[in-house]
Ligand binder design. Structure first.
Ligand code: ATP
Length: 368
């Protein structure tokens, strides 16, 4: 917790259901602050950046947007992507502009299996599964180096080059971070997702760094696994996974697989951390703008609320984070959920249930 107990948060709801779920996470944070009786408080500032902003200004965010964001303690981000803007323009113009320029190199994506959620996975002991996927978030396949040329040669002759960049420093810091996270868990194990058989430069460097760093953590079990075989293991041997670390693209894909296996993309949370604290970190649900359900009020707010829980942990408000997490678990096991989880509640009603659970659980926390 910081000394003043006051945290400034920049809300960027962005596109589609980002505008529905971010206000729900804000409600939970405000309620927890109210219950703290002055111990801490949050001040929210909302930024209208996203695809509508682009339609008006030709930019995804204000020209000095990064400068404006720098002053905040955290960024709470919804989703980006809409049909009026090409996906690569909206992604690079907003989300990647923030993660890369603020050196948010650690993307933490917990995959939590909730009691009461019908999983896509046919496994006998779902509740024992609890993974943390750790994604290198600053380089690798999303470094943005490359170009297109030769349209002048005529139709069908254009070329595109997209380079991956793996630096020893970039590999080492994320792999080390994964080992540190593993040390906080009951079963200490890190799986490195790689594809070094085919990617013989970048991913071989990744493997070498993984082997070197793992020697410093003899208490942590380790393994290296090719990502194609690892994808199958997510389905066939889910009990063998704990912390999985990998490159930008690899974990981007595996974490959607993970959250779909856990029941819905709508429940998955993530944190984009600048662990050194030189820049604000950013918290966002894993899901996108979901144009198919946007505006209907049925989006699941749990991914966004769980991302707010990760923000509480980041601020050191660990008891409050645990309380909110238990309140979410309770809402899910009571069936107070949206249609993607088989329920009938709308977005706001799910949050109402979570707030009621916080109120009910709070005295128990006070006594503990
Ligand atoms: P984007 O291009 O922004 O990533 P997308 O539609 O390709 O958008 P998602 O937005 O992640 O990808 O949606 C994928 C599917 O998951 C959609 O059918 C969507 O309705 C569903 N989905 C995503 N988030 C939620 C949510 N919070 N609640 C309910 N369903 C969701």
């Amino acid at each position: 917790m910081n000394e003043s107990g006051k945290y400034t948060i920049a809300n960027i709801p962005g596109d589609g259901i980002g505008n529905e779920v971010i206000p729900q996470g804000q409600r939970v944070l405000e309620y927890l602050a109210e219950l703290s009786e002055g111990k801490f408080e949050f001040e929210f500032t909302s930024f209208p950046w996203g695809s509508d902003y682009y339609a008006e200004h030709g930019l995804m965010m204000a020209e000095d947007g990064l400068e404006q964001l720098k002053a905040f303690d955290a960024i709470y981000f919804g989703a980006v992507g809409w049909e009026n803007v090409p996906d690569h323009v909206s992604l690079w113009g907003l989300r990647l502009a923030i993660t890369q320029n603020f050196d948010q190199w650690a993307n933490i994506r917990p995959v939590h299996f909730y009691s009461g959620v019908k999983s896509a996975l046919n496994y006998h002991d779902l509740e024992s599964l609890d993974w943390v996927l750790i994604r290198e978030n600053s380089e690798g396949e999303y470094s943005g180096f490359g170009g297109r040329n030769f349209t002048g040669r005529g139709p069908g002759k254009e070329i595109a080059v997209q380079s991956s960049v793996f630096t020893e420093e970039g590999c080492e810091r994320i792999i080390r971070h994964a080992f540190e996270v593993a040390r906080t868990r009951t079963r200490k194990k890190v799986t490195s997702a790689t594809k070094s058989n085919a990617q013989q430069y970048g991913m071989v460097l990744w493997d070498e760094v993984f082997d070197r760093v793992s020697k410093e953590y003899p208490d942590v079990e380790t393994e290296r696994w090719l990502v194609d075989a690892l994808a199958a293991r997510f389905v066939q041997r889910p009990d063998t996974l704990e912390v999985v670390v990998g490159s930008n693209l690899i974990i981007d894909i595996l974490s959607d697989l993970g959250s779909a296996l856990a029941g819905s993309l709508g429940i998955a949370a993530s944190a984009n951390l600048n662990p050194e604290g030189r820049f604000p970190s950013m918290f966002e649900p894993v899901h996108g703008s979901a144009p198919d359900i946007a505006g209907k009020g049925v989006s699941n707010p749990i991914g966004a609320i769980s991302s707010a829980v990760l923000m509480l942990e980041h601020f050191g408000l660990t008891e409050e984070a645990a309380l909110a997490h238990r309140a979410i678990e309770q809402a899910v096991s009571d069936g107070n959920v949206t249609a993607d989880l088989g329920g009938t509640l709308d977005t706001t009603q799910v949050t109402d249930a979570i707030l009621a659970n916080i109120a009910a659980l709070q005295p128990a926390l006070a006594k503990a």
